[in-house]
Structures are given as structure tokens and as C-alpha cells.
Design a protein around this ligand. Sequence first.
Ligand code: WT7
Length: 659
Amino acid sequence: MSMSIESTLVETRVFPPPADFAKQANVSGAAGYQALLAEADRDPDAFWGRLARENLSWAKPFTQVLDESRAPFYRWFGDGELNISANCLDVNLTNGNADKVAIIFEADGGAVTRVTYRQLYERVCQFANGLKSLGYTTGERSIIYLPMSIEAVVAMQACARLGITHSVVFGGFSAKSLHERITDVGATLVITADEQMRGGKSIPLKPAVDEAFGMGGCEAVRHCVVYQRTGGKVVWDDKRDIWMHDLVKQQSTVCEPVAVNAEHPLFILYTSGSTGKPKGVQHSSAGYLLWAKLTMQWVFDAKASDVFWCTADVGWVTGHTYIAYGPLAAGMTQIVFEGVPTYPDAGRFWKMIQDHHVTIFYTAPTAIRSLIKASDANEAHHPKSYNLSSLRLLGSVGEPINPEAWMWYHNNVGGGRCPIVDTWWQTETGGHMITPLPGATPLKPGSCTTRLPGITAAIVDETGHDVEAGHGGFLVIKRPWPSMIRTIWGDPDRFEKSYFPSELKGYYLAGDGAQCDADGCFWIMGRIDDVLNVSGHRLGTMEVESALVSHEMVAEAAVVGRPDATTGEAVVAFVVLKRSRPEGDEAIAIGKQLRDWVAKEIGPIAKPKEIRFGDNLPKTRSGKIMRRLLRVVAKGEAVTQDVSTLENPAILDQLSKPV
Ligand code: WT7
């Protein structure tokens, strides 16, 4: 671990919770927050036990809250049994929500479809019965490669209903990435669509699945269920492929939920780490859902009358916790959106908030920044050209939100009246960890503010000792929490080594550098490992490097992040070719070829923004690439650091010039 984190804080504005919001909030005022915090700190087992009994419906009650005997492989509510889908759907049939709209789906082209809780329940049951008819049972793994749709939620919930562990793969990932996940997770079932629609264009999905199957090693997959989204042409394998509409036809609308152990893996979601291979983050059933539901109530202040909209894709953890599970467990009406924020124009989000009377809106800083630009360019797409008076709460997730974007969001989208919850969390944490509570926490633009009750977040040095307020250090969580990662699928060693390094006293190491101010507010400074954050998505530099060197022309590659006004960070790649260093038009052409190659290998999100060619890379005499210097060079700054340990200092000049 190495780190150099300095404070760049100049932000001093503080926004106390509006009095009328605080008055009606689920957690109200500093006293409300302090009471929960104190209850959790006093007796964590009693706290979590109480919440799990009050908020989840159990098929078999648990008797033990936390089992630490095999730490860090913690078990929560480990002798209890429940079904996650029953906790999201069946509970809403008997509490008055049966005819309430669960999902308002808006397609890319604008068509709107609504399903009530009863209809969603019936569709999930039919799909689950269909899967049963194909012989699928508890304990198997499925890959879900679907566009944003009601069907995606149905597929996830149907798997949960049967105890099939799902692994959703974002539709923007390539056939190669898909193949890696199908084989790593040992999938026996793949659920996909013919195509997806984005910004008026159709993008094939089923062909990518076929391509992945063609790569070999997927023989365990018995069926590929295909949702017909566009009617686009697909190649069909009669033995393996089956249309979703054919599968559910004639199926009963009742399907008994399968009670599983609290620790049964609900899902595995792949995310980038500091090595080349993405890791399969394994989540539990009970602990995960408990936190999904609680954070809906505490952080999003969920009320029966709300219309909730999380703009994430179900391919990311945000779309799992705050689309597929949390809002349903909380009995809310939510929006599911297929399209992109800029189609048909950059007013799309604001128009949808207006049309559907959205009350809670949760999006990413990168989207906000790009919409600031677009609305500066054209007034018609500015939030002020829409009626956004239904909004009462805003949220941000994925990366630190810069104070300028925060202020714009607050003033122009929230009309100056809506609190903003800047929620810090990770794929591994399952749900929010450090975030304001909108009716309780004074907001500081750029800070994710304070830890949630039960979440023992702290800043420590490399020996695990607390650092003083105002100083940078490693962000850790000292005590386990119910929705935490359980293991890395198939690699428990990597789980222990990555998240519980021996120097840190058994604390969970988040991988972020941060500092805490005198008010207990956290300021996230960025990753401490070789992981980039591009548009709120995690990307391993090694992953991109491996993709580059797998191209026949490439001898060596080093990838670094560069601050970017819209995407937060941008990928810059330094490449040494096997042949001589290209220049001019040839360099541009080869650069394009390599960028497209990375998009094909991993997915468009990994595409380097810039590629520079060198005769070599800056290396120490022992052969280690000096990424620190490459980061400086990528920013276009002069190297002022000591370069005397470099084998080849002259190379920096060559790499300083963009193609
Ligand atoms: C990493 C986790 C959490 C769902 C989306 C991303 C960064 C996330 C914030 C925030 C500052 C943030 C961290 C974290 N991050 N939210 N509010 N403020 N940084 O999940 O892909 O697992 O990425 O995103 O660096 O470690 P993920």
C-alpha cells in the first residue's frame, strides 16, 4: 500500500436540513441520528437483531445475529431462513400495496409501461415457474445480460425466488467480458435479449452471447432465455435457446418462494480490482436485503407517496440495491429507464421527472456535469425549462461530487429546497455507508458527510491506527456490517488479502484514501490502488493494460488516469509497439485501432481517451514502470520529481507529446 493524499479542501459552505423536511423525515434531526448511532455503538448485535426482526419477513427466525468465528468470513443471521423475492413482492400483496404501481418503465423511445405490485408478483412467479419447468433449482448460477427493462427486474427476482444466484453483466460489456463471467461463475443459465435500444439505436445482445458461447468452456449452460425487445434478427439454437414469452406462456401466476439460508448467495457481481481479472463480489441474502431496505428508509426517506428514480443500470451494484431490491422491499413506486440522458435531447431527465412527478432522484456526478454543459449550450434543455416542483430529495453516487456540480444540482434541479444525499459506498459494501440523512445531517458540498448508524467508518494509517481529523489516510470499516461482501467467488484468499490486510487489525479496507474533518464529515480523495473511476465506473488499469498487450502489435503498455472535467477520470495509455514508434497520421490510425480493440475486449467504457506511443516506458533500474511520472505527463504537466532513479529519463520527453 502506498499513498500520498493531501487536502485540497477549501469548501466551507454548510446547508442544514430544511425544517419542513426534518419534521416529516424518517430519521429526524440530529437527535434522531444520534439515537440510532448510540444504539448501534452500544450493542451492535442487539441493534442489528432488532432491525432484522422488524424489517424482514423470515421463514425461519434466526437465533444468532453475528458469527465471527471464521472472521473475516462473517455470517449474519446465519441460522435464519427467508426468501428475498417474498420480501420484495409477497409482502406487498397483503399490506395494501397490491394495486400500487411498482414500476413505471420508460423505454428509450419514450413508451411508458406500468406494472402494479400484483402484476410484478405474477410475472416473477410465471418466469420462476418457467425456469423450474426447465429444471433449474436452488444453488445454480445464472448470468443476466439484459437491457434496462421490467424483464430485467423480473429475471433477477425470479432467480431470487428459486434461490438461483444471479450475476448480472452490464449490457455495455463485450462478448469477451461476458465469457469471462459465464465461465468464472459456472453459469448453467443465461438470460438475455435480442437487442437493446440506446439513444435511438439498436445494439445487439444475443449475438454477443452466441460469440461468448463460441469461445468454449460454457458447456454447463443448458439454456439461454431470450427476451424479445426489438424483434431484431437472431441466430437460433433450438436445443439451447428459448424465448422468454414462450417460456412464461401457460405458467401459473403462483410460485412458492424457496426459503434459503440467510447467507445463501443472492448474487455475484463482478468489479475491477488492482489485478487484471475482475473479481466476483459475493453477496448474501438476508444481510444484503436488510440494508437495502433500511437505507431506502433512512437515506432516501422512503414514503408511501414517493416516486423514486435511480438512473443507474441494473448491471451495476447501484441498480441491484436501489432498483431491483431496495425500492421493492420498501414498497415504493419507482422509475426504470432504458435510455440515455441525452436522447432525444439533454432535457430527457428533467422531462421524465416532470412527466412522472418524481420525488426522489438519484444519479451520478458525471451525468450532472455533462447535463450542465448541455444546458449551458441550449436553454431549452436546462432544468429551469421544466417543472421539477415534485422533487423533494436528490442523491449522488459513484465518485466525489465537485462543489460546483453540487451547487448547480442543488439550485437548478432541487430548486434550492431539496437536500442532496452524497452517498459513499461500493460494490462490496452492498449499500450506502457514509452519507447524509436528509432530515438530520448538515450538508457540505463535496463531502459525503457522516457514517450511517452501525457503520464504523474511520481513517487510519498504514498500521491501522486512527489518524487525527484533517489528515489523510485509509478509509476502513472497523466492524462487520450485514450487507458486506462475503467473499470473492472462487477466491477466498484474494478476498482476505484485498480487504483484510494483516497490518490493519482486521478492519475492512475500502481502497479509498480519505480524510475526516472535525465534524466527523468524510472527504473522499480517490483510490489508493490501481483502480480508476471513469464516469462513476470502476476500471482496473491492469485490465486495460492486459487488453492492450493482447493486441498483436503491442509490446508493452501502461495505463494511468487523468482528471477529466466530465468523466471524473479519463484513461490514458502509453504504448510501446513491437515495431518502430509510429508518428503523425500513422500514430493516429494505430491509436484508433487500439482504442477500438480495447472497446471490443472489455467494453466501450474502458476505451482509452488518449494513446501515446514511446520507444520505451519510464522504468526504474529494476524494471518497474514509474506510473507516478506517467500520471504527471498525462496531465500535460512538467515533471518536477526526482528522475535520477530512472533507467531512461529521456523517454519522458517523448511521452509528453500527444499524438
Ligand atoms: C468506488 C466504488 C457505489 C456504487 C457505485 C460505484 C467511489 C462511490 C462515492 C461518493 C466519493 C465515491 C469510491 C468507491 N465512490 N461513491 N459518493 N463519493 N467516491 O461502485 O464501482 O464499486 O465503486 O466509487 O472510490 O471506492 P463501485
